[in-house]
Design a protein around this ligand. Structure first.
Ligand SMILES: *Cc1c(COP(=O)(O)O)cnc(C)c1O
Length: 227
């Protein structure tokens, strides 16, 4: 895709986000666009930055480390989110590289992040991923376990959890999933809701999304293997 295409797609997504926020009586500034650049190379990221897009999502630690500068050499406006499943043995690397880890999805990873903090690393912002559709192949805390896990992260471990993320099942209407995520966040007073992708972000904004994660509608299709 040419740079002008990426820029114009970002512009039209931003207009759609603004319109969806306004029609939900929300301020457009309450919704952050996370440009999901996974599988696309550094030149796609450059094109997006030329269009003043500075918030990016990646699903693999190694791929991100090859694509973006180290934190001290980044444009200060840049914010990197890890949105893919994180192996415990990469928790430390991820904590040092990303501004937010949005896919905290199990106790073993929480414990690894605690170890990382104990060793002197300042943890980034964290979101807990909830498997709202209880899909066996998908990561995320099951709905029935969500309250207990969130309480443990906040109260027992004092982890810097700021919100929740979900990816609804592809073959279902997303509304009940967005509503469930919003209800859990409300119960714990968590300010951030990362929900909504290329095909359903306007609905997610109606249900209170504070971040939408958009890949395909900005950068074009990805090879099937990474979906
Ligand atoms: C790939 C991915 C996205 C972006 O999906 P698109 O449909 O390309 O917009 C969003 N969230 C997560 C967790 C992803 O892995």
């Amino acid at each position: 895709m040419t740079d002008s295409t990426i820029a114009s797609r970002i512009e039209s997504i931003r207009s759609a986000i603004d319109a969806a926020a306004k029609s939900a009586n929300r301020a457009p500034s309450q919704v952050t666009l996370i440009a999901v650049a996974k599988t696309h190379d550094g030149s796609a990221v450059q094109d997006a930055m030329a269009a003043k897009q500075f918030v990016f999502g990646e699903n693999r630690v190694q791929e991100a480390m090859a694509k973006y500068p180290i934190p001290s050499q980044r444009d200060p406006r840049m914010k990197l989110h890890l949105i893919g499943s994180l192996q415990s043995n990469k928790a430390r690397q991820a904590a040092e590289f990303f501004d937010s880890i949005d896919s905290l999805d199990r106790e073993s990873l929480a414990l690894e992040l605690l170890k990382t903090r104990d060793s002197g690393v300042k943890l980034p912002e964290l979101l807990i991923q909830i498997n709202t559709g209880a899909e066996p192949q998908k990561s995320g805390i099951m709905g029935v376990d969500a309250d207990g896990f969130i309480a443990q992260c906040l109260d027992q471990w004092q982890l810097p959890v700021q919100g929740l993320m979900c990816v609804p099942p592809v073959d279902q209407a997303p509304e009940p999933h967005f509503a469930m995520l919003a209800a859990i966040a409300k119960k714990f007073n968590l300010p951030h809701l990362s929900m909504g992708m290329s095909h359903d972000f306007e609905t997610a904004i109606r249900f209170g999304a504070t971040s939408v994660r958009i890949g395909t509608a900005i950068f074009g299709a990805r090879p099937k293997i990474t979906e």
